[in-house]
Each structure stands twice: as C-alpha cells, then as structure tokens.
Design a protein. Structure first.
Length: 573
C-alpha cells in the first residue's frame, strides 16, 4: 500500500482510499474530491475509483456558466453503469458532458439547483475509435471528436459526405442534437453507397446506451432495425450513449471556392431569378454556405464540390481549419466587441464592415479563396478560438425547387426589419446571417435494416409531404448581451413559423441553437415548449412513431429521470 493510500485508510477507510485516488486523477485547474479547497457539498456514497472533481462549466457562447460543479471522468462504459445505478439509488442526476460546444441548456440550465447533479466528462477516456474497413463502418466512444473519427476514416480511405463545421464536437453530443453539415446532392450527382445528406444521426447502424432493465441500469446495444432506437438517434440528452457505430462511404477529394463579390440582392434572388444565385450554386455543386455580415452588401459565399483532381488554381490543404483569419480573433475585433457589450451598439455597422474587410483580406493573404483536399480538411473550419456568438433561427423543411424562394423571402424580411430598427436608432443584431442547406434523414440511405429516421431530428422526413427533401438552415448571430437581441429573435422565430407553413414548407428548431424566445431570453416561451414544438413532431407523422412515442421510450429506458435537468423536464416530460 502506498503512503498516500495508507494515510487515507487510517483517516477514513476504503472510501478515503477512493478519494485519494481521485485526488491524483483530477484535471489541471480542477479541485479534487476530498480537497480542503472544495466549495461544494460532497456527493453521497459516490462510486469509488471514478475520478471526481469540482470544475468550472461554460457553454460555447458563455451564456451558461458555473464557477463550480461536480464532474467525473469514467474510464469505461461499465463505470457509467455504476454511475447510473448510484444516481438512481441516491437521488442524483448525471449529465453527459462533451465539448460544451452548444447553446441550448440541455446539459445544465442557468439557475437550476445543481446540488444533486454530477457532470460526466466523456472526452477523457470514452474516446476510442475503431474502423472496420471491410464493413465501411466506424465505432466510436461517446467522447471521440468528429475530427478524430474522420481522421481514422480517412486513414482507411473512408469519409462522410457532409459534416458540421466544428471538428471539436464529441460524437455523442453531435448525435444528441442532430448535428448536420451543408450538403445536398448536386443536380445529376449519384451519391456513393453509404452516403447520407441529413444529420449524422442518420449514419448510425447501432448504438450502446446505459438504460433501465426493470431492476437496474445496464448497457444495452440497439441495432438500427430496433424500433426503440429511433428516439435515441437524436435524444437531446435524455439518455446516455457510451458508444456508437456509424456507416461511412468512400472518401472524396473536395474543392471549396470562396466568393465575396456578389451583392446580396443577386445572391439571394427568388427561385425564378437568374444570375449568381444561391439556388444556382446549390444545383451546380450541392454544397453552399453564405455568411452575410451585418450592414454589408456582399456575403461571403463558400461553394464546395466533389473534385477528384486538383484544379490548377486551387491550393492543396493537408489539414482542416484553413481560414485562420476567422479562427483567431484580432485585437481590433476584441475592441469592437468590448464597445458593443458596454452598450455602444451603434458601432454595429462598423463591426460588420470590419469583418467583411478582414474576410476579403484574409482570403487573399492566406490563398484560401480556392482550396482543395480530403473532404474533412475543407469542411472543418470552426475552432474554439472562433468568435463566440449566440444564435437564433432554425430549419425550413421544403422541396428543393423552393430553396431559392425560402432564402429570398427570409433575407428580404431580415433586411426590412434591420432597416426599420436602424431608422429609429436601434441595433439589435450585430452578427452575421448564416444560410446553408442539407438533405433529410432518409432511412433508405442506411445500408442495414432500419426501423426509420431519427424521431425528433429536425431533418425527419414528413410522409405526407415526400417532396419536402431539403432543410434550409437560416440563422442569425449576435454578441451576447446586445440590447433588444432576444426580442428580435422572438419576432424572427414567430415570423418564420408563420411564413413557412401550409403546403410548401414547415419550420423546425435547430436543437443546438436558440429557440422558444421570450423578449428577454431564449427557451422561455412556454407555449412553444409545451405545445408548438411537440406538435411539430406530430403533424404528418404516424401515431406509432412521433413526439409522444419518443417520450414513452425515454421514460421507459430512464424511469428515474437520472438523465434529465430542469430544461429537459419541461421539454420532454
């Protein structure tokens, strides 16, 4: 017995030995369990051998922050089982924690009582990645990052056609909210077998979670053919996934070209408009994103395309995050942000012009206007050092032929409302508009027997509207604390839900971003939470596979609600 453990045993027995071992394993900057510096009451009867420490928590936009919350880092899925049974027996809740790259309070909520909550950091040990090149699948632990998974796939000649921009996301976190990329098939494109253009959740062939068996919590693997899996594919934190297997397809080389010389009125022309429109580029390449800085005329347009051979004008890239000018905040931008957060909102037009100018100059200085490389290297472009903003918006589900009209109507509305606020000296928004498209979660994309699409994914197809094959993502960003921002988001959300309705479209939230806005805060409109959102996943969907059946599965697999918090209790009762 070591001297440390001997002293621990004399001081308090086996429990103290566990505390001593945890003390040695605490991350840098954390306060270990058993330390005199702890400011929190110790969790009762915490399982021995699992590192436990007091640590700071903050989400992506720093709008949800805690100076200290108990956090642990299990080494194995079996440790998660022990945690689950401990939580149910001692009236605690455990919340999976990944990269914390999100806005929605699905991990913890500001103001909730955390005295009986422990966060479970999945990214310390539960991050293994194994590729099966023969089966074209990858199995990853809950905390494996998208970048790590795609690097392993790339090493075996495999990849995904469409991925979110931040590579730091944990796979379990990405699946929980239905994370997606910005791709649909180009006109005439034949997708490779194993490709999906919907959410990452639609790539899942099986997953393992810790669920209630009737007498205790245990590991259980769900195949894609099991009807109980569809609510788990996008679950908003209402279960604990320990590992997941996803299909892949042949990797591809891709090109990304940037344009900054197209006026927004031309780019966001209606479906029938000619010229260099968003809809035209979408038809030609299938992979488009527009970033429209506030109070500027020319958006930053990215156009990705599958491109086996390097074009003469393109620069080859061998790693991701190739827009260094947007990944690292310059001092001038920090000064602008400081002024905005101190109430000088009238500098918002200068802020937008600054970022547009930085983008144009940065693309030229880094030769990033035209880049080419393996798919992940041109699709990942957001790092943790990118400007931290809050977001409102969501997905318009519609047919491909209506994409241009969806984008046109929104940008015209947005310009009119911002111009109105400008005329009365108000600046409620100071971040860019972001517009992208992706496909739907078609279960036929999966190369195994499938019970269906993810039940509450924003990209869930509507059987009563099979022509709705595209999700158009419309998001607006702003600096946290900007006066009037949430009231603007509320107006925008209500307009989008009303305008994109009927026979041509419907509107759904982006689970990881802001929704259910009051005039003061997001996630506070009780009508949206209690009625509107559930109805969104009832309309046009079968009674045996909708919002209500998803709730039934969550409550059956976790009847003690150890995987919940105050926000989830309201949204998924």
């Amino acid at each position: 017995m070591s001297e440390l453990n001997r002293r621990a045993f004399l001081a308090g027995g086996a429990g103290a030995i566990a505390a001593a071992s945890v003390l040695r394993a605490a991350p840098v900057g954390a306060v270990p369990f058993g330390s005199a510096n702890s400011t929190l009451d110790s969790p009762l009867n915490f399982p021995p051998g699992i590192p436990l420490y007091q640590q700071r928590y903050q989400n992506w936009s720093k709008e949800i922050m805690l100076d200290a919350i108990w956090t642990c880092s299990p080494s194995t899925p079996e440790d998660v089982v022990r945690l689950a049974n401990w939580a149910s027996e001692n009236d605690y809740r455990i919340r999976p924690r990944g990269a914390m790259h999100g806005w929605t309070p699905l991990t913890i909520e500001n103001g909730e009582n955390i005295d009986r909550t422990v966060l479970v950091d999945t990214m310390v040990h539960l991050d293994g990645v194994t590729v099966d090149p023969e089966g074209s699948t990858v199995t990853a632990g809950a905390g494996a990052t998208l970048e790590a998974i795609l690097q392993q796939l790339e090493n075996h000649g495999l990849g995904w056609a469409s991925v979110p921009a931040p590579g730091v996301l944990s796979i379990a976190g990405a699946l929980a909210v239905g994370a997606h990329g910005a791709a649909v098939p180009a006109v005439g494109e034949t997708p490779a077998p194993g490709t999906t253009y919907g959410s990452l959740s639609n790539l899942v062939t099986s997953l393992t979670a810790v669920v209630w068996t009737g007498s205790h919590y245990a590991l259980r693997t769900f195949d894609r053919s099991d009807p109980r899996i569809t609510p788990l594919l996008t679950h908003l934190g209402r279960t604990f996934v320990t590992s997941v297997t996803l299909q892949a397809s042949a990797n591809s080389r891709m090109r990304c070209q940037s344009y900054t010389d197209i006026d927004w009125r031309e780019l966001f022309g209606a479906s029938t408009a000619s010229g260099r429109t968003f809809a035209r580029y979408l038809d030609e390449s299938g992979r488009v994103e527009a970033i429209w800085y506030p109070f500027t005329d020319n958006p930053w347009l990215k156009v990705w395309s599958v491109c086996p051979d390097k074009p003469p004008t393109a620069r080859e890239v061998t790693g991701p995050y190739n827009y260094t000018f947007s990944d690292n905040l310059p001092e001038a931008a920090s000064d602008f942000i400081g002024q905005l957060t101190r109430g000088h909102t009238s500098i918002a037009p200068a802020f937008g012009q600054f970022f547009y100018g930085t983008t144009v100059a940065g693309l030229a200085a880094t030769a990033a206007q035209d880049i080419w490389g393996w798919s992940k290297n041109v699709q990942f472009y957001i790092k943790p050092s990118t400007l931290l903003l809050t977001e409102g918006g969501g997905a318009v589900i519609t047919s491909r032929e209506h994409v241009g009209q969806v984008v046109h109507d929104f940008t015209q509305w947005f310009h009119e409302r911002i111009s109105h606020h400008l005329s009365i000296g108000q600046y409620p928004l100071n971040g860019p508009v972001e517009i992208r498209c992706c496909g739907m979660d078609d279960p036929s994309d999966v190369l195994v027997d499938s019970a269906g699409a993810p039940t509450i994914s924003a990209m869930r197809p509507r059987p009563d509207h099979p022509e709705w094959n595209t999700a158009v993502w419309l998001n607006v960003l702003g600096i946290p604390g900007t006066p009037g921002m949430f009231a603007f988001y509320r107006e925008m959300e209500q307009w989008m839900r009303s305008h994109y309705s009927g026979a041509w479209a419907t509107f759904r939230p982006e689970w990881s971003k802001g929704w259910a806005f009051s005039t003061e805060l997001p996630y506070k409109d009780s009508t949206v939470i209690d009625t509107t959102l559930p109805d969104t996943y009832r309309e046009g969907l079968p009674a045996e596979d909708n919002w209500d059946t998803a709730l039934s599965v969550y409550n059956r697999l976790d009847p003690h609600r150890i995987y919940s918090n105050s926000m989830i209790d309201r949204l998924l009762p």
